[in-house]
Design a binder for this molecule. Sequence first.
Ligand code: ZN
Length: 243
Amino acid sequence: MRIAILADIHSNLEALNAVLADAREQGTVDEIWCLGDTVGYGPDPTACLDTVLGMDHVLVAGNHDLASVGKISLADFNPYAAEACRWTTTQLSSDHSEHLSELPLRTEQAPFTLVHGSPRDPVWEYVISPNVAQACFDHFTTPYCLVGHSHIPFIYRQGQRGAELIDIPIGRPVPLGRERLIVNPGGVGQPRDGDPRASYIIYHTEENSMEFRRVAYDLTTTQKKIRLAGLPEYLAERLQHGR
Ligand code: ZN
């Protein structure tokens, strides 16, 4: 089987469609796994949700998903994120809201645990340093854990002397071995590693390997939609910088 692993779609339909088209160009996509924040920031929350829900999917909740349906407070959001969440709430149908409200914070799909933030704190924690990654290895029991939230692709392996980053080859499968790993596919709808292209992973179950991919998409259209919706200009601007 081939599984597309996506995180932080953030209501960016152009990026989501480009990623799915790219994945299908490589072969059949049997399932899609989304690591939360399907909505928030961007202009197409319902279309993105419908696209994901229309495929064989596994979905966990992110902080923006939860805030959009009132399950967590906006107090800890930056002003742009909070404004976009309030707008997202006005766009969701009751079906969409119900679906987002019922998403789990974590789920297991052997050999992976799936969460949005970290296995220690699925809603808020960013895995952004070797120390955090090392502590997080104690909070899941599967060989590997998939996280999103930082919008930055990475692989941490559990080494002898603590967690270590592994270099990620783009467009070439990385075989997963016996070492325990925490993996972030990067952000689909709002990449933040300085590369504006959408980031995601294709996981090959038979080979137990994953391929990180980057896909250019029509971000000018997304920016136009953000402005038309009256969302903060900064959210349009940042897409072209990948920050
Ligand atoms: Zn996010």
